[in-house]
Design a protein around this ligand. Structure first.
Ligand code: J2J
Length: 551
């Protein structure tokens, strides 16, 4: 992988991963027609009343790959993609894979603050958005972002109201003719499998989200091996109710492993329980994945649901710490199996296995998918700890890249000199080799599975509001989401600040709404640690305490 800004695996390590068959040295797009030839008229993707067969998926993806090329997107280019779960998302992803253009997978709540940063960092050639989504004009947002981006990105739009100056993405997919010739042309110029397949976003711990370059080789393995571990097969009907822009629903095993096995991907734009339950019954869904906040909503909705959910065999759950007893409630409530998943867009994936003992499934977050996933549990000095002792998890492996994209300074901290990724998670490894996540050292807020770097919010508060002298964002315990953002501030003498003012400032700046502080706590001074840093542990305790008192 030789794109500027990426950090390749060392040559001898890469050779080993190839020799062991983890990396197959084929671009993901090369599999698309294999699937089409094997699974033909079987349904690949369901999006409401729209159904695409495997053949149609391949034909549309090829048509779009050439359509993108005609619109000026070239192999090696990067595209910013902000789409909800919809069939066009899958086609865009596979078209990019065929062409060798890499999408940056932005999230729907992202606004100007995030998209401008991503567009500039990745020097995107195009921005793909919906015309409008849940009352918000994404087309307008993309136009604003494109106008400010030095790479002069083309705006491409999925929807019925495409401005004349923008490219209508659906029209690019509509060339039904000369399928074979087009396939031949695309086959003749495949991307390098060591190059970037897609860019995932990390919650990060500093500044804006970090960008993770995942290669064709590593991500194909990520999904293929996850599919094996989770026993996906041709009759898998996978409900993607979480965003497929996220690693969990996309490739762990998610939509991609479903397609690799000839199964059916059912897309929903939201995990709202009524719609999800109806879709499970309608499409006979047998596996899905949720974060704990969603699982709780599903459990709450279950008693009043009249849908027949008997088809559901497996619920995969991960993304944040689970409340006690949740796995047991899911097993009994939905009368199905549960797999715990401890994963990360940076790579390493752990699953409990379908045939694991009950205690392993309910009490641990499983074990890695690959024999060459290296795990190290260390103390604060990076010294390895005795087996069974909790400490920070470091990892390397065939689908864990050696650095973030275009972030050398951050990489010096987030990775060790010999390429171990510092997960920032505190884990304990059981004698059987299962991981139990017991906490984290990274300064993040995990809001219902969505990660937010505290520093990003603190910088925003200080930059946007002159009355803020110092700011510290901490997680506040939240009944539904697990954690929510509480902004602690020290104000300049004589000044005032309300939560509404703080939120308005974030709104004006175009910050994604899920990052908005839900609570403001004003301090005269912050508690300090022995070495003079803000004592966030203390701050968090006092915030939760204040919260208790206010009820
Ligand atoms: C505690 N914390 C967890 C778990 C992730 C599958 C599943 C999840 C993600 C994901 C993913 C956790 N218990 N079971 O990409 O493919 C926290 C950890 C981790 C961080 C990664 C996948 N599962 N976490 O959540 O990149 O702190 O990926 O380092 O969004 O989520 O976040 P993210």
């Amino acid at each position: 992988m030789n794109r500027p800004g990426t950090v390749p695996w060392p040559d001898e390590v890469a050779r080993d991963y190839c020799a062991k068959g983890y990396w197959r040295n084929r671009p993901l797009g090369a599999y698309l027609w294999e699937w089409a030839d094997r699974f033909r008229s079987r349904t690949a993707v369901v999006d409401g009343d729209h159904r695409l067969s495997y053949r149609e998926l391949a034909e549309r993806s090829d048509a779009l790959a050439e359509g993108l090329a005609r619109s000026g997107v070239r192999k090696g280019d990067t595209i910013l993609v902000q789409l909800p779960n919809c069939w066009e998302f899958v086609v865009v992803l596979l078209a990019c894979a065929r062409l060798g253009a890499a999408p940056v997978l932005a999230l729907m709540p992202h606004r100007e603050h995030e998209l401008s940063y991503l567009a500039e960092l990745a020097e995107v050639a195009a921005i793909v958005v919906r015309d409008e989504w849940r009352g918000y004009e994404h087309q307008q947002l993309a136009a604003t972002v494109a106008a400010d981006t030095p790479s002069a990105a083309t705006v491409m739009v999925v929807g019925d109201h495409v401005y004349p100056e923008h490219v209508d993405l659906r029209s690019l997919m509509r060339q039904a003719d000369e399928v074979a010739a087009r396939k031949h042309r695309l086959d003749a110029a495949p991307p390098d499998p060591r190059d970037v397949l897609l860019f995932l976003l990390s919650g990060g711990t500093t500044g804006l989200p970090k960008v993770i370059a995942r290669t064709h080789n590593d991500y194909e393995y990520n999904a293929r091996r996850s599919g094996e571990v989770c026993e996906f097969h041709a009759d898998t009907v996978y409900l993607a109710a979480l965003p497929i822009a996220h690693n969990f629903a996309l490739g762990s095993p998610g939509a991609l492993a479903t397609l690799m096995n000839g199964g059916m991907v059912v897309l929903l734009p939201s995990p709202e329980p009524r719609a999800a339950f109806a879709e499970i019954e309608r499409e006979q869904v047998n596996v899905t994945s949720v974060v704990p906040a969603v699982a709780q909503r599903w459990l709450d909705a279950l008693p009043s649901a009249s849908d027949d959910l008997a088809s559901l065999q497996v619920i995969q759950i991960g993304g944040s710490v689970l409340p006690d007893g949740m796995v047991r409630s899911l097993i009994t409530g939905f009368d199905c199996q549960v797999q715990q998943v401890f994963g990360m867009a940076e790579g390493l994936l752990n699953y409990t296995r379908l045939h694991d003992p009950y205690d392993v499934v309910t009490e641990t977050q499983g074990r890695p998918i690959c024999a060459d996933d290296e795990l190290l549990v260390v103390d604060e000095q990076d010294s390895p700890l005795l087996p069974g002792t909790p400490g920070e998890l470091l990892t390397r492996g065939p689908y864990t890249p050696r650095g973030y994209f275009a972030a050398p300074q951050h990489n010096a901290r987030a990775f060790t000199a010999d390429g171990w990724y510092r997960t920032g998670d505190i884990v304990r490894i059981t004698p059987e080799g299962n991981l139990s996540v017991t906490g984290r050292v990274k300064d993040q807020i995990n809001r219902g599975g969505e990660k937010i770097a505290a520093v990003e919010l603190e910088d925003l508060a200080r930059d946007l509001l002159p009355q803020v002298l110092d700011a510290a964002a901490v997680a506040q315990t939240h009944a539904e989401l697990g954690e929510a953002v509480c902004m602690c501030v020290v104000l300049r003498p004589g000044s005032e600040l309300s939560l509404a003012e703080l939120q308005e400032a974030f709104e004006r700046k175009g910050v994604a709404r899920f990052k908005f502080p839900e609570r403001l706590a004003i301090f005269s001074a912050f508690p300090q640690t022995a070495i003079g840093k803000i004592d966030k542990k203390q701050l968090r305790l006092s915030v939760d305490h204040l919260l208790d008192e206010s009820f």
